[in-house]
Design a protein around this ligand. Structure first.
Ligand code: NOJ
Length: 440
């Protein structure tokens, strides 16, 4: 067996990613809090509650954990609902709190990346129709002005919208996110308004902070046809085009092309300084005429795939390479803004991380410029409609006591960050089952 180290480029960003509603706790003025109060919306009736109690100050100990384990960056989000609790009211104390958090990151030598929209809005925005309302991009812009004015001394790496595709499809096609609609046409309207909101935010940030780097965190899901049959190939391609490609392509050329209809959004053209990639897994897709509510697709995982604890994610590291290849076509620097797996006893996570990073390393050597990797997530946090049933943290969380439980993956990730690479010794120590893949 050969021995060696897969090194990443100097200055590579190594961090974890989090989102306001999932970690802060006591966030009661937004769409997700209201959704959690409705019966049957969240698995096992779970609620975000205190979450990881970051609003109560426990971000300090978690940032310490990140810094002490060799990470050099952290991606977090700020909550619009806290900063602008009502249309005519700004909460300066919320901005102070976020300012403190960003200073806290800087003091620990963690480069902040700030997300401006991560799946939740203020209730007053929902009351006016949420992202279906074409006035919302402008209102989002006002929030961005306020937030960026306050926080730009501490941050110049911004994600405007997290996973616009997952947000629009989950909230307006699958109906599992608020407002729980099931209408593809509405989802397409929402996506266009999100494009406008992104474009507005991009220009607002650059007007104030010319050196800023602004992008989105795009969720890429692999869609492979289940067979060679043309209908399966066609539907897999439709999914790729509408789910993966539509949003970033619009930000590239200013044309929102739904295959059937094209809408021009010229202000969106060229509004990305980098492309953030969230990659978790890939599907096999079969055309199914009897499934109009599922957009005529039957999606499964390969029978032999290793599955995460609840079956939510299939371990398919080759999809990471496909993801980077796809993202690379836009000619922008790339950053992996999320990748991870739910695994409370940490049996799959070490292998999952190693094989995904190995796939990333391989494709980077094909001359793709990837500047960093943010693991999802630092500590177990509230997993949306799946509540606390899924555990994505390098540290576990006891929701009752707020105790953090260090998983072996935290130590493994620390060794990788410190080495800026993956050595044979790391693989032997944490996931010998991956040796045959990394060091055959
Ligand atoms: C992507 C989302 O951005 C994040 O909020 C979520 O927790 C992870 N996927 C895992 O499901």
């Amino acid at each position: 067996m050969p021995r060696g180290t897969y090194y990443f480029p100097d200055g590579f960003l190594w961090g974890t990613a989090t989102a306001a509603h999932q970690v802060e706790g006591r966030n009661q003025n937004n769409t997700w809090y209201a959704w959690e109060q409705e019966e049957g919306r969240i698995a096992e009736g779970h609620q975000s509650g205190l979450a990881c109690d970051w609003w109560g100050g426990r971000w300090r100990e978690d940032f310490d954990r990140a810094a002490k384990t060799g990470q050099n960056a952290h991606r977090l989000s700020i909550a619009w609902s806290r900063i602008q609790p009502a249309p005519d009211r700004w909460d300066e104390s919320a901005l102070d709190r976020y300012r403190e958090m960003l200073i806290g990151l800087r003091e620990r030598k963690l480069i902040p990346m700030v997300t401006l929209h991560h799946f939740s809005e203020p209730l007053w925005v929902a009351e006016m129709g949420g992202w279906e309302n074409e006035d919302v991009p402008e209102l989002f812009g006002r929030f961005v002005e306020k937030a960026v004015d306050a926080l730009m001394p501490y941050c110049d790496l911004w994600v405007t919208i997290n996973e616009p595709n997952v947000f629009a499809f989950s909230a307006y096609v699958d109906g599992v996110f608020p407002p729980g609609k099931k209408d593809l046409k509405v989802a397409l309207i929402v996506l266009q308004n999100l494009v406008r909101a992104h474009a507005r935010a991009y220009h607002i940030i650059h007007d104030r902070q010319p050196q800023a780097r602004v992008g989105i965190a795009a969720h890429y899901r692999g869609f492979k046809p289940a067979t060679w049959l043309p209908p399966d190939r066609w539907i897999a391609n439709v999914f790729h085009t509408l789910f993966n490609d539509l949003f970033p392509r619009t930000l590239h050329d200013g044309v929102f092309n739904t295959i059937y209809k094209r809408y021009r959004i010229p202000e969106a053209a060229g509004t990305q300084d980098f492309l953030g990639l969230n990659y978790y897994t890939s599907d096999l897709v079969r055309f199914d005429l009897l499934a109009p509510s599922k957009v005529f697709a039957h999606r499964t995982y390969p029978e032999d795939a290793l599955l995460s604890e609840s079956g939510f994610i299939a371990h398919q590291p080759s999809g990471m390479m496909a993801c980077v290849k796809w993202g690379g076509q836009y000619g922008l620097p790339l950053i992996v803004t999320e990748n991870g797996v739910e695994d409370s006893d940490d049996t799959l996570r070490p292998r999952y991380i190693l094989e995904h990073l190995h796939a990333l390393w391989q494709i980077m050597n094909g001359n793709y410029r990837v500047e960093g990797y943010f693991h999802w997530s630092l500590v177990d946090n509230f997993e949306w409609e799946r509540g606390w049933t899924q555990r994505f943290g390098l540290w576990g969380l006891d929701v009752e006591t707020q105790a953090r439980i260090r998983r072996p993956s935290a130590d493994m990730f620390a060794e990788i960050c410190r080495k800026n690479g993956i050595s044979t010794a790391i693989v032997e120590k944490y996931a010998p089952e991956a040796l045959q893949v990394l060091f055959p």
